[in-house]
Design a protein around this ligand. Sequence first.
Ligand code: GLU
Length: 353
Amino acid sequence: MMKKTLTVLSLSLGLLLPLSTFAKNNVVVVATGGTIAGAGASSTNSATYTAAKVPVDDLLKAVPQIQNLANVTGVQALQVASESITDKELLTIARKVNELVKKPDVNGVVITHGTDTLEETAYFLSLTVHTDKPIVVVGSMRPPSALSADGPLNLYSAVALAAADNAKAKGVFVLMNDDIFAARDVTKTINIHTNGFASQWGALGTLVEGKTYWFRNVAKRFNNASEFNIENIQGDALPLVQIVYGSGNMLPDAYKAYAKAGAKAIIHAGTGNGSVAKNIVPTLNELQKQGVQIIRSSRVPQGFVLRNAEQPDDQYNWVVAHDLNPQKAKLLAALALTKTRDAKEIQRMFWEY
Ligand code: GLU
């Protein structure tokens, strides 16, 4: 609207200002750290470096071409390696993004982020920020100081995506290596190469030379269609949820220890179909009766957990995580627990998000 008004105004006044000055969308880059802001000792250190060093203004100055795509400004929200992000930092990012998308003169938001937990932040934003403006989470696998650093092009493409009118109302994206992924199903699959991210259901689209190409949409609820709202979350902590990784020869102690530490839900990252070893079942049933939600996910990176297959979930009052990986199930469980303690209601949320 603003763009059109200004274009008409500049035409009717016969101004000689380039129309592109007015026609560009406004994009804010929220910097949080990670490798994309990292620094290595030499240009050949592509994997040995310190994350979260370069301030946002320098990140933007290093890619001056982004100003051709949008009017880009930067905000330094955090400067951390993303494995150290706690609920406090996650909520700080979500609140900052929420504040920005509410501004009429902001058309899109890019979050630069460490790749370790990038998928978690992206999914959390898709669940909690009510907007149809594009929100793009981007990182890099190599620091800016390395040969063939991937950060500059990733940032360029992320800004192009955040500025794209055709990206509106499609959810929160992860932009890596030219791929446009949906926040809910993207995951880090390689920890050393530039094609570090993938989704078992495929990318939503691709971004080439600053232009979007779309191929599919997300079938689940996100952003404006979400029942969770960042504004309804008080304080700096979410209900405590922890993950226990499944393997052969399991002991029940970890589940009990997490419950004792105050966990309100435990994500069981089970073998195969989120299976639970027979010596673990009594512990999980006992904890469930005490009010700890038991959520079965899988350590297998593809497929989804089938309810009431090998494990009688209805009988035990357990929840299945559907196709969410354990780390995303953890976030949805925490948000679900801000609303209900009812396993059936939590299961509904796992089907819908
Ligand atoms: N572990 C660091 C982080 O997640 C660096 C990894 C990266 O950004 O690629 O912030």
